[in-house]
Write a protein that binds this ligand. Sequence first.
Ligand SMILES: Cc1cc2nc3c(=O)[nH]c(=O)nc-3n(C[C@H](O)[C@H](O)[C@H](O)COP(=O)(O)OP(=O)(O)OC[C@H]3O[C@@H](n4cnc5c(N)ncnc54)[C@H](O)[C@@H]3O)c2cc1C
Length: 376
Amino acid sequence: MPAVNNVLVVGAGLAGTATAIGLAAAGIAVDLTEVKPEVGTAGSGITMQGNGLRELRRLGVWNEVQAAGYAFNSVGLRAPDPAGTLLAEIPDARTGGPDLPATVGLPRAALARILTDRAEAEGAKLRLGTSVRSLEASEHAVDVVFSNGSAGRYDLVVGADGIRSATRRMIGITDEPRPAGMGAFRAFGPRPASVTRTDLIYGGPSYIAGYCPTSEDTLYAYIVEDARDRSGLSPAQLLAAMRELALAYHGPWDEIRPTLTDPDAVSYTKFEALVVPAPWNRGRVVLIGDAAHACPPTIAQGGAQALEDAAVLTELLLDRPAVDDALWAAFTARRFDRAKTVVEASCQLGQWQLDHQQGDVPGLLATITALVSQPA
Ligand SMILES: Cc1cc2nc3c(=O)[nH]c(=O)nc-3n(C[C@H](O)[C@H](O)[C@H](O)COP(=O)(O)OP(=O)(O)OC[C@H]3O[C@@H](n4cnc5c(N)ncnc54)[C@H](O)[C@@H]3O)c2cc1C
């Protein structure tokens, strides 16, 4: 017998949909609530590394992911010079195993659709435009009242509601994300033929200018700078600011820049970091994904770590007879140090740049590669 019969998952992001798929596929009744009125309609791109792909394959969506995305196995380093000189092309580690690519770039909207479709196909009940108004946990169940006034009783509530998790606050955890010092413009647009992998340009007027192919037709491009308050800018002004910074970058950037014309396809995000101290549960309510740990995207591991949380939690809930201290101790043992190490390394990489300090980047990346190459 699994440890649970019915589960509420709050948040239909990567962590939430992955948990819903895994539990529903095993016959557990799953309600999946998402505050947004729709999923799979907006967003930029995401770089999913091998260890994240391993989890997506385990969820049974690898064929869809492969068809929707763009796979590649190396990263390029270019100079911030007038030719965009290619300094090196470095093979990327296949952290999901030799039979998966090192990386797949995907439109976030496509990945969201793939995962929510699969969750529903496995039997999870998706409730859009719904959040949790209150939670009351007892030893044996959690009573939930939803924003639409309906109510439910669950064996377990999974708070997968992202970096600003309301679930986190509802269970009395006061940890909040802290600024990591950087901010990034991100734009989603057409892929020129010259963009076949991620290239990074360090230096120039920003810290990093990069791009990632996300399908045959699309890419996302980003420019990372000191965090600034750009909240007063209109979409058109944001686009203009990104285009101006992009003037300093060449090579494929000369083809990307003219395509940056849609103000609605540009966003600006300040980087943040969070590690909620273990344990991530309070009784029968547990936090996973960005709700529990979030990293600046300097290593592009946040999504993969969210998927790993979901995989480990699902495995324990299906393998163990009860939601008890032993289950939570096992969850902490498998997830806490690993996620914390990734957050700390992501912050360190950013901090070296902020401090204009030459840290041991290859050494740090090798450590993370070795860690995430191990199954979660
Ligand atoms: C600029 C930037 C770039 C990044 N790039 C990458 C990358 O390339 N690769 C990578 O692996 N990671 C990347 N990340 C990190 C990655 O996006 C996150 O780690 C990942 O999305 C976390 O998944 P999650 O499911 O925990 O949270 P989320 O993806 O944030 O999903 C949470 C879901 O919960 C919903 N929600 C919120 N509140 C409520 C509520 N009260 N009730 C119901 N639903 C709610 C939200 O609408 C959302 O759908 C990046 C992050 C940033 C900021």
